[in-house]
Write a protein of this length. Structure first.
Ligand code: HAM
Length: 436
């Protein structure tokens, strides 16, 4: 029989440790979004391919080289989304959520697809947790989303050195003028540039700054950065942003002391829709940017909606999870072993029900198999706490609470006869397992 293997560049999250870490990352970041007033949205994974070529840009690597495109049975050209922003904007416009100069803050979570060369921290199917703000057009909003991104890294107790890189790509006018200037420079140096940069020069000029060739990088240092070529309006927006980001994020606690904020003159991002401040939070050990985003004031109108400024960011969940200093609990937190003669109904309704009501995740094992095997199953699941009850315990009016971590165990009085006996018992278990 054929052994099936996962498709190249995708990742299974099935081990206890990794799955627990992922669900904690998602929970933490989603509750951060919620605490800032973002509401969750759920958008499709498939879209018309043209949505992405129109928004991200025909000439970008994402659209020209990395998109999963296919025709459906009616011959429509569809794509697996390579990112979330274009789909969110399309959905907000199509559902008329942005009519009437409204303010909207939305978040999303889900898989994205890019046919990239797989390597550490880079996958062909990866997950993003993202947020988008529609309406406000002041640096205060851009600063707030960066602050939220840094707080997300702090909430994840991110290990390793993080660098927050900021820059401004300017409005369409600034970009156009700057692109002409850079192209002129590149044409003069064409013979010294690598093959890729010679192609990018006309098609996607500013992406030359991402070139990995050190000889190209050396040359580009002579080009005056875009941030020094901004129009008056973009320049004062950028200055207020840079100052605010420094002020608001520098002292967020819980980050590695090596956390740095730098202005990266050559941070241009790989998507065409940006129109102002952009940022990335980078970690070398995670394989690059963990969170990235910025302002994109023209996209809503470009996709047929009302003229609505917008900004946002997305976090790569694989990269965030790899940095997460995980100190969470495993699921289930408690494993209840029923042995022959246990007071089954009482155990299930009163004890298990009572613990679940108090937020403990409990798995019950009522199988007719030896206790040794049941304990082995609990151990393999990384469960820390086990409750055991059989005939003997029932007679003595106790439950055995066992800690699989250190092997210790204690008897808990079931308190069936005393007034508030069961309440006391539940409180005692909660206390012992550290849930009170
Ligand atoms: P992006 O920089 O293309 O931006 O991706 C955002 C994040 O997704 C990256 O920082 C990285 O963590 C993760 N990511 C991207 N590609 C891969 C990959 N192949 N494997 C693993 N992780 C990856 C966007 O997608 C924009 N939509 C962000 C945004 C939202 N801008 C405004 N709003």
């Amino acid at each position: 029989m054929k052994d099936f293997k996962a498709v190249r560049g995708v990742k299974d999250i099935v081990t206890y440790e990794e799955a627990a870490k992922w669900s904690a990352v998602i929970k933490k970041v989603e509750s951060l979004f919620e605490s800032y007033g973002y509401r969750k949205t759920f958008i499709p994974v498939i879209e018309h391919a043209e949505l992405f070529s129109r928004s991200i840009g025909e000439e970008t690597d994402i659209v020209s080289k990395e998109m999963y495109i296919f025709k459906d049975r009616k011959g429509r050209e569809l794509a697996l989304r390579p990112e979330g922003t274009a789909g969110v904007v399309r959905a907000m416009v199509e559902n008329k959520m942005l009519q009437g100069n409204i303010r909207e803050k939305v978040s999303y979570f889900g898989p994205m697809f890019r046919y990239e060369r797989p390597q550490a921290g880079r996958y062909r199917q990866f997950y993003q947790l993202g947020c988008e703000v529609f309406g406000p057009a002041s640096p205060m909003q851009d600063i707030e989303i960066v602050k939220m991104a840094v707080e997300a890294m702090s909430a994840l107790n991110a290990q390793g050195c993080l660098t927050l890189k900021i820059n401004s790509v300017g409005c369409d006018d600034c970009k156009k003028k700057y692109t002409q200037k850079v192209r002129k420079f590149l044409k003069e140096k064409a013979k010294d540039l690598c093959g890729d940069c010679n192609i990018r020069m006309d098609a996607n000029t500013l992406r030359v700054f991402d070139c990995k060739e050190s000889s190209c990088q050396e040359l580009y240092r002579d080009i005056e950065p875009l941030s020094k070529n901004l129009c008056g309006k973009c320049d004062s927006y950028w200055k207020a942003y840079a100052e605010g980001v420094n002020k608001e994020t520098r002292y967020i606690t819980g980050l590695n002391p090596d956390f740095k904020i730098i202005t990266d003159d050559y941070l241009v991002r790989g998507l065409d829709y940006y129109t102002g401040p952009v940022f990335e939070i980078e970690s070398k050990s995670a394989g690059g940017a963990v969170i990235a985003g910025g302002r994109y004031d023209k996209l809503v109108k470009q996709l047929g909606g009302p003229d609505t400024p917008a900004c946002g960011w997305a976090m790569g969940v694989e990269r965030a999870a790899s940095l997460y200093g995980y100190k969470g609990t495993n699921i289930p937190e408690l494993y209840v072993i029923y042995l022959k003669g246990a007071d089954e109904r009482w155990l299930s309704e009163t004890v298990v029900g009572g613990l679940r009501d108090n937020g403990v995740s409990v798995e019950e094992d009522k199988e007719d198999i030896p206790v040794g095997k049941k304990l082995k199953i609990a151990d393999r699941k990384n469960v820390n706490w086990v409750i055991i009850m059989g005939e003997e315990e029932k007679k003595k009016g106790i439950l055995v609470l066992k800690n699989l971590g250190d092997g210790s165990q204690i008897d808990i009085n079931t308190g069936k006869c005393a007034e508030d006996g069961t309440g006391k018992m539940i409180r005692e278990i909660l206390e012992k397992i550290g849930k009170r």
